[in-house]
Write a protein that binds this ligand. Structure first.
Ligand code: PHE
Length: 465
């Protein structure tokens, strides 16, 4: 990977399509297949889905374009990008928070990714074969995630995979892998959806997922939907700034952003179609099962269908692939910062960051049963929550929303919409919806996000006191 300084040429993606694949790889991950159904289930189903889609369109897409503009304009990591546009100002701290958020998300994300890796093994090894009692399946999940050794080994393996890919560099590592893995992922998901919606009794789940009951919507639903939109689209912490920094000036940012958004939203919606119809066909299972939802639900389902174990292994294999292309982008943010700003070599940056994250992952790994203290830190709707849940709430939800808000303020007010427009129209020509985008970035996103965050802080403080 060439340094952007000192006249050396910085790497760029082979084509716009390569960027779209890589960014879609970043966006599509556990966020779509694990976190989306979990959050839909906890927040009452279809009404949440409606709010989520609104958040994606009204806030997600405008902020996505802001990040692409910042990335390509500066050709730098998130810290360097703010510094490039507003030299010497405190704005680079927003990039810094992004890098830290990336580290934090990578730590607990790798734990859940490790579970999926463990599940591929468990299914192939026949741990679920012939197990028809849903409680026994749930018990297996509990036993697995509360075994410190199993979880730490799986997390370490997964982190090792991530480091290996990112150490290879942008073109040879990330680009080559995602080109193969993304289409494979999509194909497997289509198969799963077809199976799930044709199960007998699928209609109840479809109703839960598709018939909105708008009276279910509360402040916490909206915050959850917003956080989910940012998390799922990889926004608010600089992943899209970083990937955008490798886009050529000849490519069209707007259509690239829209394609990433469509890919991400399609996969999330499909994951819902794969999971909810199946969920409601198994007695005793509730959509509010929390972080274990898919791990508890699916083995039961696979047991009830022909070739179920094959489907099961495919599904968790799919989830590993999706998670890997996302962790790669999380690590790339931190690596790009260390390489650009601290002049580290790519190998040093990736291995040391990987090791650091592994240590940071330990409390999360122990917070699903292994340590009773870490597993029950606070109470929330749906029961007691542990360290992993806390990390996800703080970094995967609140800080992404804060980051997204500041990115919109920065582009709308500090960089200036004239500058932004130049970058946006480079490689495409006139952007006819520019004025709409400008209003969203300058007023709607900052104000809406600020109001929601303020409300959230107030209710959290009240609930503590
Ligand atoms: N978008 C990824 C997913 O849905 C997670 C992620 C979040 C990746 C933030 C990068 C940055 O799984």
């Amino acid at each position: 990977m060439a340094s952007p300084h000192g006249g050396a040429k910085r790497e760029i993606w082979g084509s716009k399509f390569a960027f779209v694949l890589a960014a879609a790889g970043s966006a599509v991950g556990l966020g779509n297949i694990w976190r989306f159904p979990t959050t839909v289930g906890e927040n009452g189903g279809a009404a949440f889905v409606v709010i989520y889609l609104l958040c994606v369109l009204v806030v997600g897409l405008p902020v996505m374009l802001c990040e692409l503009i910042l990335g390509r304009r500066s050709k730098r990591n998130p810290v360097g990008a703010f510094e490039h546009v507003a030299p010497g100002s405190p704005w680079k701290a927003v990039g810094g928070v992004g890098v830290v958020t990336g580290l934090a998300i990578l730590s607990y994300y790798s734990v859940v990714a490790g579970w999926t890796l463990g599940y591929v093994y468990k299914i192939v090894a026949g741990h679920f074969s012939g197990e028809t009692d849903p409680e026994a399946v749930a018990g297996q999940f509990g036993d697995f995630v509360s075994s410190p050794l199993a979880v730490i080994v799986c997390t370490t393996l997964f982190m090792g995979l991530t480091v290996t890919v990112v150490a290879g560099g942008v073109r040879s590592g990330i680009e080559r892998w995602t080109k193969i893995l993304m289409p494979l992922l999509f194909f497997m998901l289509v198969l799963l959806v077809l199976r799930s919606v044709t199960l007998e009794g699928a209609s109840e789940g479809l109703r839960f997922y598709l018939e909105p009951d708008l009276s279910q919507i509360t402040l916490s639903t909206v915050i959850a939907a917003l956080g989910q939109a940012f998390f799922s689209l990889s926004l608010g912490m600089g992943a899209i700034i970083t990937y955008g920094s490798y886009i050529s000036k000849k490519d069209d940012l707007v259509s690239a952003g829209i394609m990433v958004l469509i890919a991400d939203t399609t996969v999330a919606l499909m994951a819902g179609f794969a999971i909810f119809p199946a969920l409601f066909t198994v007695e005793g299972l509730e959509p509010t099962a929390g972080a274990g939802l898919i791990f508890v639900v699916l083995p039961n389902v696979f047991n009830q269908i022909p070739l179920g174990m094959l489907f099961g292994a495919l599904f968790f294999g799919l989830l590993c692939i999706a998670a890997l292309t996302s962790t790669v982008s999380l690590l790339e943010v931190v690596a790009a910062y260390l390489i650009d700003e601290r002049k580290w070599s790519r190998l040093k940056a990736t291995t040391l960051t990987g090791l650091f994250c592994l240590v940071l992952a330990i409390p999360s790994a122990l917070s699903t049963g292994a340590s009773s203290t870490l597993s029950a830190l606070y109470r929330a709707e749906g029961g007691s929550k542990g360290f992993l849940d806390l990390m996800d709430l703080v970094f995967g939800n609140v800080l992404l929303v804060v980051g997204g808000m500041l990115i919109a303020v920065f582009v709308g007010w500090r960089m200036g919409l004239g500058e932004a427009r130049k970058e946006l129209e480079e490689g495409r020509g006139r952007f006819s919806l520019f004025s709409l985008w400008a209003v969203l970035v300058k007023y709607v996103c900052p104000l809406a996000l600020l109001a929601l965050l303020a409300q959230f802080v107030i209710t959290t403080i009240r609930s503590l006191g």
